[in-house]
Design a protein around this ligand. Sequence first.
Ligand code: 16G
Length: 245
Amino acid sequence: FSPDGFDGAGAGPLYLQLHRRIAEAIASSRLAPGDSLPPERDMAQMTGLSRVTVRKAVQALVASGQLVQRRGSGTYVAPKVERLEQALSLLTSFTEDMARRGKSVESVWIARGLHAPAPEEVMALGLGAGERVARLERVRRSDGVPLAIERAALSGTVLPHPDQVEGSLYKVLEEKGLRPVRAVQRISAANLGPRDAGLLGVAPGVAGLKIERVSYLPSGRVIEFTRSLYRGDAYDFAVELTLAP
Ligand code: 16G
């Protein structure tokens, strides 16, 4: 972070010049995942730029997921995402998947509540007239890294208190004797919009995987309609194929 080379004239806004420098340091591993950045005040002093300019550069790198900020402890180079291979043919929950890998699970709730259903929720869940929908919206993280945004919808009759779901949804369903036994899943490509990208700590516009899961009870009744966005840089979905008859 030397003061050399910042060009007030031709090379674009100063904050973008600093942004580029930090991004290059990360790309070339001069700054490694987990390394901490000097405090804003020190960076301003080292570069001869104003604190406002330094803050703007750092915030842009936080928004694109290259840096992470922890309240009270500073700014760090974001942890490297290790790609996960996920079997596509097994009906498991996020909690079970991570437990099997020996990884932690954290969920950051975005919203939880009962609502008047959207037409597609009425269709997917087969809701009756006047029946409400329980929506659970959360960012699923593992070992501190955000991996997916999940927006689950269930019948409000099945889940009258969505605000009481804390950890695993499938565990709650299992306790009610409503664990799904079959599901149909659809995966498609999606570029992440600014809001979803921000929630996943990646740059807006990068590739994500949109996954829709409709899960069924042994009776054939639909229990869950979940729309998720998984990070494209974190997941490989794998399935075994057999010869077509
Ligand atoms: C999985 C499912 C999701 C389900 C969740 C329950 C996909 C794409 N989605 O992430 O439909 O609601 O598990 O997880 O696999 P939980 O029991 O940990 O809450």
